[in-house]
Ligand binder design. Structure first.
Ligand code: CA
Length: 237
């Protein structure tokens, strides 16, 4: 029997681009390189198809009808660590920076060569595959000074057991599971307090403040649980 080549598993790429001619050219090029492509023409369609298809990578035009590319980037990043490569116009420096701050991984400036695009996409897929393969000990979460064992509900800070309230534990677990990513205030509130939560959103800030007192060496100048101004929080090593 012939060995089954690795290439049989075709990665799925979500291409968000409202110009049909460009979208088709890109789809064709990626298809020829062994990838499956699903297209979306606007921001809302992008979110629908993202949630339905769980692609391995997102190619995201920033100038879109309905939801803008930056909104799409923020929404995807709040729920996934999938690589996001932006397709940007030459004169959109501010958008590029905003996209990267919102968690996009890379950008390609229009007009781009298909060869450049394909090699960028390949590189990000490879990197994502590699980080996927170095999972820590199953069930354990770690970041900065924190180690969490969600099954046993144990938290260690710098190796010492630290008592946490259930909400603090859940919040820290959410941060560690999505380390390095911006988590919006809305995402965190829905994730921890449920989508029907109608209380004061200051509750979240109070919990973050208490967590900082427990994990940060200097809670007033946090090195791990960071504020992303106007958007939310993120946890870094
Ligand atoms: Ca466009």
């Amino acid at each position: 029997m012939l060995p089954i080549p690795n290439e049989t598993r075709r990665p799925l790429v979500l291409l968000v681009e409202d110009e049909p001619a460009l979208a088709d050219t890109v789809s064709y090029s990626l298809g020829r390189e062994g990838m499956d492509v699903v297209q979306a023409r606007d921001g809302e369609q992008a979110m629908e198809r993202f949630r339905a298809g769980r692609p391995a990578l997102v190619l995201l035009d920033l100038m879109l009808p309905r939801l803008s590319g930056l909104d799409v980037c923020r929404l995807i990043r709040a729920e996934s660590t999938v690589p996001i490569v932006m397709l940007t116009a030459k004169d959109s420096e501010a958008d590029k920076v905003a996209g990267l701050e919102l968690g996009a991984d890379d950008y390609v400036t229009k007009p781009f060569s298909m060869r450049e695009l394909v090699s960028r996409v390949r590189a990000h897929l490879r990197r994502a595959e590699m980080t996927h393969n170095v999972e820590p000990e199953p069930g354990m979460l770690a970041g900065g000074p924190v180690e969490l064992d969600p099954d046993r509900h144990v938290a260690l800070i710098r190796g010492e057991p630290m008592p946490l309230t259930p909400k603090e534990f859940e919040l820290l677990e959410t941060f560690l599971a999505r380390k390095g990513r911006l988590l919006t205030r809305q995402y965190l509130i829905e994730e921890i307090w449920g989508p029907g939560y109608v209380g004061d959103t200051k509750t979240l800030d109070v919990h973050v403040k208490r967590l900082r007192q427990k994990i940060e060496a200097d809670p007033h100048r946090p090195a791990h649980l960071l504020t992303v101004r106007g958007l939310g929080y993120k946890f870094v090593d």
